[in-house]
Design a protein around this ligand. Structure first.
Ligand code: 2HA
Ligand code: ZN
Length: 280
């Protein structure tokens, strides 16, 4: 049973903007049909000053060991979705489905400060999240969010399109005019791998050096961003392009016209973005 203090903390935290954001985004992603059952996971880097308004101190509920050390993240706070938790249920049971964790000084464990009640654990993809945070923070000091989801049309496209990063990225760019502006670096693609391992975590983080979107064939996608909106917007834009691709390729008459390479360059110039020079 929860103590009075714990119930009080839950009430405070329900008012925290970052908890509200997690509740809303997970519900919307489930509504999009991307996060069936326990599919998908999110981690969101929190600044100490924004936590302190809702959590008085670093009272440690439990220490959870990591089997991949992340010394680079020592002392950092994250709100994460829990392993095995359903995005559908976060809104109704945030203290069960979400957790606030702090990475220990050694980087060998995390301290649970709130949530994941009833012996819950952080997402099974914590290695991909933490390792990608390390990579993205080195590229962009404003980086804060890693989001993984089973975006339907992206998955579909990994069955029918070749998995070459250049041609996959160019196909997405050509499906909607906005794409090259939103992700000028294109997408990274891993070979099919077993999820939930440190191996896929390392491979994902390696791709995150060059692209903020990484596709796991026949599984889903990861997006990185400076905010929940930023990471979600990236995934949403790629998923929309994949949806158009799937619609177009199902059409008997096939593609009659499309955005040309020259037009992609023109778009990039007009919006002041640098498209990946390996792709175009
Ligand atoms: O959280 O999505 O990749 C369940 C998953 C594993
Ligand atoms: Zn997944």
């Amino acid at each position: 049973m929860k103590t009075i203090q714990e119930i009080e903390t839950d009430l405070f935290l329900l008012d925290a903007p970052f908890v509200k954001e997690m509740m809303e985004i997970t519900y919307n992603m489930w509504k999009f049909n991307w996060d069936e059952r326990n599919g998908g996971n999110i981690s969101y880097l929190l600044h100490e000053e924004e936590i302190r308004r809702y959590l008085r101190n670093d009272h440690v509920l439990r220490t959870i060991p990591l089997d991949f050390p992340v010394k680079e993240l020592a002392g950092k706070y994250f709100i994460v979705t829990g392993s095995g938790k359903y995005f559908k249920n976060v809104k109704a049971s945030p203290a069960e489905c979400l957790g606030i964790i702090k990475v220990s000084e050694s980087g060998q464990s995390v301290d649970l400060l709130w949530g994941l009640s009833g012996d819950g654990k952080p997402t099974s993809e914590l290695s991909a999240h933490f390792r990608s945070h390390i990579t993205r923070l080195a590229e962009d000091p404003n980086h804060r969010v890693i989001m993984h989801t089973h975006a339907t049309n992206i998955i579909a496209m990994t069955f029918t399109h070749d998995l070459n990063e250049k041609s996959f990225s160019k196909t997405l760019w050509k499906m909607c005019t906005e794409c090259i502006v939103v992700f000028p670096e294109g997408v990274g693609i891993l070979p099919w791998m077993v999820p939930g391992t440190d191996l896929i975590g390392e491979a994902t983080a390696d791709k995150m050096r060059d692209t903020r979107l990484v596709i796991w064939p026949h599984h889903g996608i990861l997006g990185a961003g400076a905010s929940i909106d930023d990471a979600f917007g990236l995934i949403e834009t790629a998923e929309k392009a994949a949806q158009v691709y799937m619609l177009v390729s199902a059409h008997q008459s096939g593609v009659k016209q499309s955005i040309t390479d020259d037009e992609l360059v023109e778009l990039a110039q007009a919006f002041g973005v640098k498209p990946n020079s390996k792709f175009i």
